[in-house]
Design a protein around this ligand. Structure first.
Ligand code: UGA
Length: 343
């Protein structure tokens, strides 16, 4: 058997580009990737074990089919993953996150290929369990008018379709659920300028532009932020799949020890920013203000107040443990953001 061949759709995305560089650095695997752009891929582009096609998954269907056939494992990572867009463009989310990915999953069924699919912490929705369990927790979402939940529902239905194919012997799968991964190149400064980034990039961008940081509904909501290197370490183990430990399993990948409220996050990031050598002497810093959710996101939004993973399964199956604490995760993310966006 030759080196493992991995197809990554959305290879230039946050998870895709970190994963690709780690695979190329630390394994002998081959990566075939497609994305709309290549700006985050860096050194991977010069590696002979990486082949890249710049293109849209909705258009290049023959390339995808050919490469599904050719590869051993398929990772369909293309998705809209920012809450602001769930409420602004729910049909776009459905089309890309659900329909396009379903096509890829069906190809995996057709050619008997293993799929490693990104589910999401969002499928647990407003679950009230103190820690979310892959195989026990209820998946709780709000009314249809609250369009934020379309992302959670799209992902949940795909999880269920993949699971059904898998348990009937038509597909080998692993579903992984990232919990608020953060790190370099999470979102671009452009999306943050428009106010449509995920919270960590949004706050960093506001600090850089000296605009107010907004706490939605007072910022009491909590998340467990997971540093991307820890997440990628788990993904490498899932892809390696030693003794088929991940076969047809669903696995949370998060860092329960890094739980903090959005309010605490704002103060933490502001502290790290004001101590940064380039900004220590700034004349003014962003103030921290509050806004009701409806004003910040619009009517279709509903928040999730707590979201903490159980990672017992990841520990047991993968022998994995997240290592980077909250402060260090934020420091590394903020420093890299400043480094790459020097004005
Ligand atoms: C995220 C996104 O849906 C996906 O990236 C992903 O699937 C999943 O969760 C994950 O990463 O695990 P969420 O955590 O709600 O969802 O996304 P953020 O936009 O990062 O918001 C986090 C919290 O910060 C929310 O409570 C939001 O209301 C708050 N927030 C956001 C603010 O208080 N101020 C802001 O400027 C932005």
């Amino acid at each position: 058997m030759g080196a493992k061949k991995i197809l990554i759709l959305g290879v230039n995305g946050f998870i895709g580009h970190h994963l690709t560089n780690k695979i190329l650095d630390e394994t002998d695997w081959l990566v075939y990737g497609m994305d709309l752009a290549e700006d985050r891929l860096g050194r991977a582009l010069h590696n002979p074990r990486f082949q890249f096609l710049e293109g849209d998954i909705a258009i290049n269907r023959e390339w995808i089919e050919y490469h599904v056939k050719k590869c051993d494992v398929v990772m369909p990572l293309v998705a809209i993953a920012t809450p602001k867009l769930y409420v602004e463009d729910p049909i776009g989310v459905y089309h890309l996150d659900f329909e396009m990915n379903l096509n890829v999953v069906k190809q995996c069924v057709k050619y008997h290929k293993r799929v490693v699919f990104p589910s999401t912490s969002e499928v647990y929705g407003a679950c009230t369990d103190p820690e979310f369990s892959e195989d026990e927790s209820f998946l709780t979402v709000g009314p249809i008018q609250k369009e934020r939940w379309i992302y959670s529902c799209c992902k949940q239905l795909l999880d269920r379709v993949i699971y059904a194919y898998g348990t009937r012997g038509h597909l080998e799968f692993t579903l992984f659920r990232p919990f608020n991964w953060v790190g370099p190149r999470l979102d671009s400064l452009d999306t943050a300028k428009e106010g449509s980034s995920r919270v960590v990039t949004q706050f960093i961008a506001e600090l850089l532009m000296q605009r107010p940081i907004t706490l939605v509904d007072g910022g009491h909501q909590k998340r467990c932020f997971t540093y991307v290197d820890d997440g990628i370490d788990a993904l490498i183990r899932i892809l390696a799949n030693k003794d088929e430990v991940c076969k047809n399993e669903i696995i949370n990948i998060g860092n329960p020890a890094n739980e903090c409220s959005v309010r605490e996050l704002a103060h933490l990031l502001k502290g790290i920013f004001t101590e940064h050598p380039d900004h220590r002497a700034d004349k003014a810093y962003s103030e921290i203000i509050e806004k009701p959710a409806e004003e910040y996101y619009g009517k279709g939004y509903q928040d999730i107040y707590t979201r903490k993973p159980s990672i017992e399964k990841a520990r047991r199956l993968l022998g994995w443990e997240p290592k980077v604490n909250l402060e260090e995760s934020m420091r590394r993310t903020l420093y890299s953001f400043l480094e790459e966006n020097k004005i």
